[in-house]
Design a protein around this ligand. Structure first.
Ligand code: ZN
Length: 89
C-alpha cells in the first residue's frame, strides 16, 4: 500500500510504501506511523494517522503542536485528489 505523505511543516511530499497487513490487521481505530527525518523531507519528523482503509486522516508534528485546521484540510484535499487519481476510493 502506498501512501502519499505530506510534511505538515513544509509541504514536502513523498510516496511511502507501507505493508498492507499492518493496516488490514488493525480492525478499528487509527494506525499511527512515525515519519522520521529524511523519510519525507530532510528537516522534519511527524506522525501520520491512517485509518483501517488506508486513508490518511491527519498529521501531528512531533514535539511541536497539531497542525492548523486549514493546513490539515488542504493536505486532506491533496490526498483525496491523489487517491481519486489512483481510483483508490
Ligand atoms: Zn518538512
Amino acid at each position: 500500500m502506498v501512501l502519499e505523505v505530506v510534511c505538515p511543516t513544509c509541504g514536502g511530499m513523498k510516496n511511502l510504501s507501507v505493508p498492507a497487513n499492518i493496516i488490514t490487521q488493525k480492525k478499528s481505530g487509527t494506525i499511527k506511523i512515525h515519519i522520521k527525518i529524511n523519510a519525507v523531507c530532510p528537516e522534519h519528523q511527524f506522525l501520520v494517522f491512517v485509518d483501517t482503509r488506508g486513508t490518511i486522516r491527519g498529521y501531528e508534528k512531533i514535539d511541536i503542536q497539531l497542525v492548523s485546521i486549514t493546513h490539515k484540510d488542504k493536505i486532506k484535499n491533496n490526498i483525496k485528489e491523489f487517491l481519486t487519481r489512483l481510483n483508490f476510493t
